[in-house]
Write a protein that binds this ligand. Structure first.
Ligand SMILES: [Zn+2]
Length: 70
């Protein structure tokens, strides 16, 4: 079981049970709630990205970032 550890304003800590189907993000373009697929979470954890610095677009807004290759 996994927990989200939250520190309250008074310094006490709280553990919130974390379920895989409760991990959501918000699309930076349309602000729609987007539930992450387990593969996406796994891919994210295996990358060097940090949670707070990452924006994930919903399937409707996601456009592959194409880079010019020379
Ligand atoms: Zn979107």
């Amino acid at each position: 079981m996994f927990f989200h550890k939250v520190t309250n304003d008074d310094g006490t800590q709280m553990l919130i049970e974390l379920y895989e189907d409760e991990i959501v993000t918000y699309c930076p373009k349309c602000n729609k709630e987007y539930q992450l697929e387990p593969e996406e979470i796994a891919g994210f954890l295996n990358s060097d990205a940090d949670f707070s610095g990452t924006s994930i677009y919903c399937k409707g807004c996601y456009k592959p970032q194409l880079k010019a290759v020379k």
